[in-house]
Design a protein around this ligand. Structure first.
Ligand code: OAD
Ligand code: ZN
Length: 262
């Protein structure tokens, strides 16, 4: 484990800010699920977008051109998600919720692992891969889709209107779910600490969350093996994997909390 003494000092400072704050926002990206075996998008060599074309696989146009290819690619990713387990990073964030006065978790991830780790109600900015919905827009939706149980044509068709079904994730060029977007920016504007974990900070609007938080006076703490491409650098960068850093950080927040009660 590569936790430097600098990191230890910064973990102490970050934990002090977190334990003393009135509203903590945590914003996560693909990096937080990397240690659960779910590939990120942009890590050199291993990121999904190094081997796959996002416009072919993650756009309305791509789905219209070859719906079977796109459906099968998501079925493959969905299977990885069902096989994965929350890692110590997800679990630490779920624990953190009970240690601070108020915490809101916002994620770009579609894997649902925060919820499976015990986090209450994460704001899912980019949808959820385990849910499928009608491509025709009639509103039909299925939770916890099982590719194993389904035996019909691919992609399946909507029971209500006969259109194709598609994964309920946000594709390039699509709007984010309105309520999730509104709620995420509202909490970012009003928090006093934002903890950003495992995101490259290249996809908008999620990349702007720490920017608006800082503009509102919040401290910005980043956990990442490599700093993200945010408009403003973090006040504290904790360099390393979230599955290693977050348990240490949360243990320190817990220690500080116990100290204040004795
Ligand atoms: P990226 O793949 O762009 O970035 C992953 C980040 O995780 C990088 O900054 C890595 O350094 C970091 N990382 C890798 N391993 C890590 C670990 N073990 N612990 C902590 N951090 C680690 O993923 P996102 O920023 O989440 O959108 O990508 C944003 C959006 O782009 C995704 O939601 C997806 C994609 O296109 C849609 O599908 C709409
Ligand atoms: Zn329909």
């Amino acid at each position: 484990m590569d936790i430097t003494s600098d990191n230890n000092r910064f973990i102490g400072q970050a934990a002090t800010w977190i334990s003393g704050c009135s509203h903590l926002v945590v914003s996560t990206g693909a990096g937080v699920s990397q240690e659960s075996g779910i590939p990120t998008f942009r890590d050199a060599g291993t990121g999904l977008w190094a081997s796959y074309d996002p416009m072919q696989l993650a756009s309305v146009q791509g789905f219209s051109q070859d719906p079977k290819l796109v459906w099968e690619w998501y079925a493959w990713r969905r299977n990885k998600v069902y096989e994965a387990r929350p890692n110590p990073g997800h679990l630490a964030l779920a624990r953190l919720e009970s240690l601070v006065s108020r915490m809101t978790l916002v994620t770009q991830n579609v894997d649902g692992l925060h919820r499976r780790a015990g986090s209450g109600s994460p704001i899912e900015l980019h949808g959820n891969i385990t849910r499928v919905k009608c491509f025709g827009g009639c509103g039909e939706m299925h939770e916890n889709w099982s590719d194993e149980k389904y035996k019909g044509e691919i992609p399946p068709r909507c029971n209500s209107c006969g259109s194709l079904l598609r994964p309920d994730v946000v594709w390039f060029g699509e709007q984010l779910p309105e309520k999730a977007l509104h709620d995420a920016f509202h909490v970012a504007e009003n928090c006093d600490v934002i903890l950003v974990v495992g995101t490259s900070g290249t996809v908008q609007p999620a990349a702007s969350l720490p920017v608006v938080a800082q503009r509102g006076g919040a401290r910005f703490i980043e956990v990442n093996p490599q700093p993200g491409a945010f408009a403003e650098p973090a006040d504290i960068l904790l360099t390393g994997k979230s599955g290693e850093i977050l348990p240490l950080l949360v243990a320190e927040v817990e220690r500080l909390g116990k100290g204040s009660k004795t």
